[in-house]
Design a protein around this ligand. Structure first.
Ligand code: CTP
Ligand code: MG
Length: 176
């Protein structure tokens, strides 16, 4: 999940400038996505996520960490892109619910990038004919389910942890 977890904090560091929605509002009069989603954050975050994924591919190979599921160019690119697409889909619905940029929306804020990254990765593997990746990397359904549960538990902890660190470092206005 490294390529999925890196893009959001990277976007927080690199973001700013032109918003993805170009400042436009939806029919409800509220911003489509808001100023928290910028092109620089989106593109920069995806690129940094992919770079971390490529480093992960290299390290897993170099140190022969064969017990880990093997990232490929496809999984790395899809996980990084899906994470920030999920984040934007979340912001779209957050605005529709009348929540301002940066407002707290607990479950959604924590799982947006998990859902976005895993959905896009699965779709990309399907469309490119590589869905066998799951069977090759998860030797049993039990291992796949255990991994998924680990992701469900780890994600909110990492999300909250990095946001508190970002807040203490003055990089984020709120600790969530
Ligand atoms: N960011 C960005 N572009 C993105 C995603 C994030 O520039 N595509 C930056 C913004 O500066 C944003 C910060 O990263 O404020 C933190 O991201 P996030 O918590 O996802 O955004 P919020 O400001 O909380 O906005 P929202 O309420 O829409 O989630
Ligand atoms: Mg936020």
């Amino acid at each position: 999940m490294i390529p999925a977890y890196i893009p959001n904090p990277a976007a927080a560091l690199l973001g700013g400038g032109t918003p993805v929605d170009f400042g436009r509002c939806a029919k409800d009069g509220r911003r489509i996505l808001g100023d928290g989603k910028t092109w620089r954050g989106l593109i920069g975050g995806i690129i940094v996520g992919i770079i971390f994924g490529l480093i992960q591919i290299f390290l897993v190979d170099y140190f022969q960490l064969d017990f880990l599921p093997k990232q490929t160019i496809i999984t790395v690119c899809a996980l990084a892109t899906g994470a920030l697409l999920g984040d934007m889909v979340k912001s779209y619905f957050k605005r529709r619910l009348g929540k301002d940029r940066g407002a707290k929306w607990p479950i959604a804020d924590m799982y947006d990038m998990v859902i976005g990254s895993l959905v896009l990765m699965t779709l990309t593997l399907l469309v490119t004919g590589n869905i066998g990746w799951f069977a090759e990397n998860f030797h049993s359904v039990g291992f796949l389910i255990a991994t998924f549960i680990a992701i469900l538990i780890l994600s909110p902890l990492l999300h909250r942890g990095t946001n508190i660190i970002g807040y203490l470092l003055g990089l984020k206005d709120v600790p969530w």
